[in-house]
Design a protein around this ligand. Structure first.
Ligand SMILES: [Zn+2]
Length: 207
């Protein structure tokens, strides 16, 4: 654990916020060390305390949503057969086989209400409406993500290095994150709509 903390400190000092953003998630998803540390990370989310102050360049609403306490992540493990039964075929293809939905097919492209975008596999909140932007790509896009709720890995399938990200709770594939997003983060989380479920904010919760 000391080693991890030291690494995080180093990244915080040396890299700009966007790089740190990716680096931290890459770190979480990387190798045996992450596996060994997983129970600890999932239960107490130790890096969260470092983010309670909003770094410069992150908008208040999205950053506050990202750093909010969303509860405990409980790792979900199900067999392929169980996922097949639970999910509809399109969601299964994206979430469990890293498929990609056709662009401009998701109703979530035009979802502009306030609310939360949750993993369609397990219900873990991944994004809020304050993080969404219209990228024009045909896929729901976000420039921010709830802290610790996705993990990343390198994907070289299309003869170019892309960063794949998946739900931290069930491992379901969501999409790819790119460095051509809008300010303030410069990130573009390009998400398959079928891998998300939108939950509108109720009147009761609105202030
Ligand atoms: Zn999930």
């Amino acid at each position: 654990m000391h080693r991890k903390k030291a690494d995080d400190e180093e990244k915080r000092e040396e890299k700009p916020v966007t790089a740190r953003h990716i680096a931290r998630r890459s770190f979480l998803a990387t190798g045996l060390l992450a596996l060994a540390a997983a129970p600890f990370l999932l239960k107490s989310r130790p890096s969260l305390s470092a983010q309670t102050s909003i770094p410069p360049g992150r908008t208040t609403a999205a950053a506050a949503d990202a750093a909010k306490d969303w509860g405990t992540i409980k790792e979900i493990r199900m067999s392929d057969e169980e996922w097949k039964k639970k999910l509809d075929p399109k969601a299964y293809d994206v979430l469990r086989c890293e498929g990609t939905e056709s662009p401009f097919t998701s109703p979530l492209n035009n979802e502009h209400r306030k609310g939360v975008f949750k993993c369609a596999g397990c219900g873990l909140p991944l994004f809020t409406s304050s993080m969404k932007f219209d990228s024009g790509t045909g896929w729901p896009s976000f420039y921010e993500v709830i802290d610790g709720h996705v993990q990343t890995k390198q994907d070289n399938k299309l003869y170019m290095a892309r960063t794949e990200y998946h739900c931290a709770q069930c491992g379901g594939h969501q999409g790819h994150v790119f460095n051509d997003g809008p300010a303030p983060t410069g990130l573009r989380y390009c998400n398959n709509g079928v891998a998300l479920r939108f939950e509108p904010e109720t009147d009761k919760e609105e202030k």
